[in-house]
Design a protein around this ligand. Structure first.
Ligand code: PRP
Length: 206
């Protein structure tokens, strides 16, 4: 059995349907109920739904052999695991955003609010820009509106949240998409199964 941690939510549903098309379907998971674990002995897969932020924890510790995690989480938390495939879905970008016309005054400390302090710290270190990072857990767009920060470092998908809050993209930090990740030990012992699944998913992606 391959144990696969799927991120609960829209991305997880999308990735499950890629897996189904790749030959790793599991009819039980398609039933509307609140169970969290589903297996299909025929195809040799066991899926479980976990919070998107927790996928890498399950995979890193070997509770799951494989998982699907956003590149943002991989860059932020740097878990010790293998990144096998870019699934080319869940596509968005990590951006710096702020009020339109924002000009960075380098004689002052810059305040940036973010859910991704490591990514933000690395970005500003590359620019040799001193920054005070304010870690928030959501609704990041509020921070510059209320004067909590000058800018934000956050994920932009459609750009709607920024636009509706009067903010604009000032710079792009990096592109983000969903990745197939593997536990390192599992990859050694289940290499054939994992390589086969990866190759079939790759065919689906095209
Ligand atoms: C994410 C992100 C932005 C928004 C971007 O928030 O932090 O707020 O989505 O999407 P858009 O460009 O399509 O508008 P999420 O929905 O995860 O909620 P959060 O505020 O709880 O972080």
């Amino acid at each position: 059995m391959l144990n696969i941690a799927l991120p609960k939510g829209r991305l997880g549903e999308r990735v499950y349907s890629m897996l189904r098309q790749a030959g790793y379907g599991c009819p039980a998971i398609e039933q509307p109920d609140r169970r969290l674990v589903f297996e299909n002995e025929e195809t040799g897969v066991r899926y479980f739904w976990v919070k998107p932020l927790d996928v890498t924890i399950y995979v890193e510790r070997g509770a799951a052999d494989l998982g699907i995690a956003g590149k943002d989480i991989l860059l932020e938390n740097r878990p010790d695991l293998y990144e096998l495939l870019d699934l080319k879905t869940g596509i968005c970008r990590m951006c710096v955003a702020g009020p339109a016309g924002f000009q960075d005054d380098r004689s002052r400390m810059l305040r940036a609010a973010t859910k991704f302090p490591h990514i933000a710290a690395e970005y500003y270190a590359r620019l040799s820009r001193d920054v005070e990072l304010i870690k928030l857990n959501g609704s990041i767009e509020l921070a510059p509106i209320l004067g909590l920060s000058d800018v934000i470092v956050d994920i932009v998908e459609t750009g709607k949240t920024l636009a509706e809050n009067g903010l604009v993209v000032l710079d792009t930090v990096c592109p983000i998409s969903a990745r197939l990740v593997a536990n390192q030990t599992a990859y050694r012992f289940l290499r054939k199964e994992i390589d086969t699944l990866t190759a079939k998913l790759q065919e689906e992606i095209g």
